[in-house]
Design a protein. Structure first.
Length: 255
């Protein structure tokens, strides 16, 4: 009797494994991403090989509307940031991530205009949103609804030199303090952006926020908009408030 039960154990074990594998398959869980052609009626798109949003090359027509939130949203009628302007240059445009709401573009242009009064160097503007927003194929979970923009701390000496090499970190090797690249220009960029009424928050490295909190002797109100976040040592990430005329925009909670 006991011997018979022992002999049945391998059979029971194999059956259990088979049932688990069947449930795994039925529920669509797979180590490899599923490939489905014609996603949502768009011929040629294949799921599992990057975000389908990243394959859309042009914004939609019509008025600009921000939809959803930064980490789960999109934008209709997005505006393209010009390749360059007074005080700024847009880099890595081959990624096709230089679209956004008019408020975001206005912030960039205003920041460049303010900087141009102090130096001939240029702000390097990194990723914004894709032509219709949505999830990107790499690097970002946010930047989906046209209200986010990455601005590099280092200034470019000219348009031709901008973006040729990865800008340096502003944080020392110990991760606790800023390094020799940090200067009055970086302070100016962060402070000016944070004081813009349309800016909701700015993500910066904890060491950089610590430095700003320690050295700011004037109006410290803008410091409340600075969110200490890992990374963000070579660039800072600006997020705008939901704009007027976009009722489906989801404002991020204060905390």
């Amino acid at each position: 009797m006991i011997v018979s039960k022992v002999r049945r154990l391998p059979v029971l074990l194999i059956s259990a494994i088979a049932i688990i594998m069947l449930l795994w398959s039925v529920n669509g869980i797979s180590a490899a991403p599923a490939k489905v052609s014609g996603y949502q009626g768009i011929p040629g798109l294949v799921l599992g090989e990057g975000s389908p949003w990243a394959r859309i090359k042009n914004p939609s027509k019509g008025s600009t509307k921000v939809i959803g939130k930064a980490s789960n949203g999109c934008i209709s009628g997005a505006k393209a940031l010009p390749k360059s302007g007074k005080g700024y240059v847009s880099i890595r445009r081959y990624r096709n991530r230089y679209y956004g709401h008019a408020d975001t573009i206005s912030l960039i242009k205003g920041l460049g205009d303010r900087l141009a009064k102090h130096t001939n160097r240029l702000i390097m503007v990194g990723d914004m949103a894709q032509p219709r927003g949505g999830e990107m194929a790499s690097q970002h979970r946010s930047h989906q609804n046209g209200l986010d923009v990455d601005i590099w701390f280092q200034l470019a000496t000219s348009q031709s030199e901008a973006g040729k090499a990865d800008p340096p970190t502003m944080v020392a090797a110990n991760g606790l303090i800023v390094n020799e690249h940090w200067s009055k220009y970086q302070v100016f960029l962060v402070k000016t952006a944070a004081q813009h009424p349309g800016v909701d928050r700015i993500f910066i490295n904890p060491a950089i926020k610590r430095e700003l909190c320690k050295t700011e002797k004037g109006n410290r109100g803008y410091l409340r908009k600075l969110r200490a976040w890992r990374g963000h040592d070579a660039h800072f990430h600006v997020r705008m408030r939901c704009p007027n005329g976009s009722p489906n925009c989801e404002q991020q909670p204060s905390i």
